[in-house]
Design a binder for this molecule. Structure first.
Ligand SMILES: NC(=O)c1ccc[n+]([C@@H]2O[C@H](COP(=O)([O-])OP(=O)(O)OC[C@H]3O[C@@H](n4cnc5c(N)ncnc54)[C@H](OP(=O)(O)O)[C@@H]3O)[C@@H](O)[C@H]2O)c1
Length: 310
């Protein structure tokens, strides 16, 4: 195990990446972060981070900074139509930087953030060796994962793909954060009958897994990251509704109707997934939170703290 490392991080201002950043800093690592907003870059530098102001689609802005780091963690994603193309460009640039680092005879790792949604509806419990059958929203991910994993087969660069479940915790971000907000506002929409199961993960637990992978010289390949609670969406919504000051209306939207409004995102929300993380567990990773429904009081507390800090 390496102890203090130089890490290059993309997405440090995002939901996943900011949790990873916190965990890296807690672990005493030196972090260089690609940030596109100078104001956010200033805020990170106050925390001891070396910000590189740049943009995923402009590799010249960050390739040299990535090249001098021992591990590259790619946790950014542009939420636009060109997002998948930009992601491909960033993977090529970051893998290129890692290969140049390795050519100096130094070990280097590249950690890519994917998504459990690449598994599609699971047939039984899906471990990391389960077939990839992505829901249409993330169909492009399969090729990106393959490029990253193939690059690791040459042994010059150690590559890993993390597939997080739906992230919860840390405030008002993400699907669960939206659910907390919607419940407080009195109306929660559920795609389908809510009997489907989601794979979820607490943000700090997910971040701990990223750090374990970043610092373990032998960690490579696919890692699932979820709390293995196999919760039904309806049970999560019931628990959130019970904690609201006034019980919200819960409206079940048929998949066809939801699809006509939100496109393929509706299919992703309607998926039924049972996901297992045996490879992550083999690294000694043990999630501290084991369910969304059982953690609602805590999540609301984190939500309030984040709002006050903003
Ligand atoms: N959230 C989840 O529940 C979840 C679950 C599974 C997988 N994932 C995956 O985790 C990754 C991160 O997701 P997230 O939820 O953290 O997203 P997010 O909160 O939207 O954060 C995205 C990050 O990427 C940065 N970014 C976007 N476009 C950029 C560009 N062109 N150049 C440089 N930086 C750029 C953003 O910077 P700004 O601050 O400037 O916007 C932000 O730091 C994604 O690949 C996502 O699919 C997320």
């Amino acid at each position: 195990m390496w102890h203090f490392m130089r890490i290059f991080l993309t997405g440090a201002t995002g939901y996943v990446g900011s949790a990873v950043l916190d965990a890296l800093l807690r672990g005493g690592h030196t972090v260089t972060a690609l940030v596109r907003d100078p104001e956010k870059a200033n805020r990170l530098s106050l925390r001891g981070v070396h910000p590189i102001v740049g943009e995923l689609s402009a590799p010249k802005s960050y390739a040299a900074a990535a090249e001098v780091c021992e591990t590259i963690v790619h946790a950014a994603l542009e939420p636009s139509k060109r997002g998948p193309d930009v992601d491909r460009q960033a993977i090529d640039a970051l893998l290129g930087a890692a290969i140049r680092h390795a050519a100096k005879g130094q070990p280097v790792g590249f950690v890519y953030t994917s998504d459990v949604w690449v598994l599609g509806n699971t047939a039984g419990a899906a471990g990391e060796d389960a077939p990839v059958r992505p829901t249409p929203l993330v169909a492009w991910r399969a090729e990106h994962e393959k490029i990253v994993l193939d690059a690791g087969r040459g042994r010059m660069v150690r590559t890993a793909v993390v597939r997080p479940g739906i992230v919860y915790g840390g405030g008002a971000r993400g699907i669960i954060g939206d659910l907390l907000k919607d419940a407080a506002n009195g109306l929660v929409r559920v795609v389908g009958d809510g009997r489907n199961r989601w794979a979820c993960v607490y943000d700090r637990d997910l971040a701990d897994l990223f750090v374990k992978i970043a610092v373990s010289p032998d960690a490579s390949g696919i890692y699932h990251a979820n709390d293995e609670a196999d919760e039904r969406v309806g049970d999560i919504v019931d628990a959130v509704a019970r904690h609201a000051k006034t019980a919200p209306d819960v409206r079940h939207v048929p998949l066809d109707e939801a699809r006509s409004k939100m496109g393929p995102y509706a299919d992703a929300l309607a998926m039924n997934q049972i996901v297992r993380s045996p490879r992550a567990r083999d690294l000694g990773w043990v999630p501290t939170l084991r369910s969304v429904a059982g953690s609602v009081a805590r999540l609301l507390e984190e939500f309030r703290t984040a709002r006050e800090a903003a």
